[in-house]
Design a protein around this ligand. Structure first.
Ligand code: GTP
Ligand code: MG
Length: 305
């Protein structure tokens, strides 16, 4: 009950930004204890702003997952970068995440400069994937990242193995303002069931497909029906940009679509807690990532200010 909150209760928005593939979504899912954002080993997985909410007795931490900031090659990419950049001024704390398994890149430098210019709030430099770095290289690698800018708060973590995850969370909570619970204590995201379901299908497409094909995919949920008390029917369409990609997604004798479908169904069942019948279709929407109206149709639009 909000009325029962202690007077020193803290709450606020924590934007997690960085270049693609550094582990932003992995960390947020770990904090929330649910898959609110999909994860893949391929860059540019997250396309939208996704809230991951963790409510404890001392604080409500609203993590804002963002698309990786990069040099966009099409309108979808521009939308993604703008979405990420726009979260910065509204945050109470910013986590700037980098990947310790690689040296700093041009993108890391650019994001660091952007943050130093625009962030009016505490920025914590989060050096992720420490588990991949041999101990003898830690000093050299971290000093490369410290040189990105004057970040007073820093934490070396592993989002997957959990090293320093709790310490980073305490560091975040200490920097949040006093405030109420903005969301009910049992709400863990702002994403609808259907949106999460579409993303779970896309996650499996990202996993099994290679090169440009997985990035050319968009998934839409067309139907969601409870067939029995313990069975949900989900009809979904996988959109690709070209006829040749449609062939790849379907695979010889439908083998690829079957693989994606089976793996996605298992994820969906875990998510809804019921048996799922997943009906997958593949359609071509020519060059949709460059087409303003197709992007609008799929819901990739930046609200007007
Ligand atoms: N070894 C290791 N791998 C990690 C760690 N954190 C994330 N990963 C892996 O890094 C890859 C990218 O993780 P994501 O969470 O999708 O990265 P992201 O920053 O959200 O990427 P975008 O959404 O593309 O911007 C996945 O294969 C993760 O399993 C870590 O601490 N250690
Ligand atoms: Mg992500």
């Amino acid at each position: 009950m909000p009325g029962d909150l202690p007077p020193d209760y803290r709450s606020g928005y924590v934007a997690v930004v960085g270049k693609p593939n550094v582990g932003k979504s992995t960390l947020i899912n770990a904090y929330v204890g649910q898959k609110v954002s999909i994860i893949s080993e391929k860059p540019q997985t997250t396309r939208r702003r996704v809230l991951g909410i963790r409510t404890t007795r001392e604080a409500q931490i609203i993590f804002v997952d963002t698309p990786g900031i990069h040099h966009p090659l099409h309108k979808l990419g521009e939308y993604m970068v703008e979405t990420a950049v726009r979260t910065i001024p509204d945050a109470d704390v910013v986590l700037f995440m980098v990947d310790l398994s690689e040296p700093p890149s041009k993108e890391d430098h650019e994001i660091a400069a952007l943050l130093q210019e625009t962030a009016q709030v505490p920025v914590i430099l989060v050096l992720n994937k420490v588990d991949l770095l041999p101990p003898s290289e830690v000093n050299d690698r971290t000093s490369g990242y410290f040189a990105l800018g004057d970040f007073q708060h820093r934490m070396m973590i592993s989002a997957t193995s959990g090293d320093n995850r709790d310490r980073l969370l305490s560091m975040v909570i200490e920097r949040l303002p006093h405030g109420p619970q903005y969301f009910p204590a049992d709400q863990f995201t702002d994403q609808s069931e259907r949106t999460i379901a579409a993303e779970l299908v896309r996650e499996q497409a990202l996993r099994f497909l290679q090169q440009e094909v997985p990035h050319s995919i968009n998934v839409a949920i067309d139907e969601w029906k409870r067939r029995r008390s313990d069975l949900i029917y989900i009809g979904a369409t996988i959109y690709v940009e070209k006829e040749s990609q449609k062939g790849i997604v379907i695979g010889a004798g439908g083998s690829m679509l079957k693989r994606i479908g089976q793996a996605a169904r298992a994820e969906l069942e875990r998510f809804v807690g019921h048996q799922v019948f997943l009906d997958l279709w593949v359609k071509v929407q020519e060059r949709w990532r460059r087409d303003e109206s197709a992007l609008r149709y799929f819901g990739y639009t930046v609200p007007k200010e």
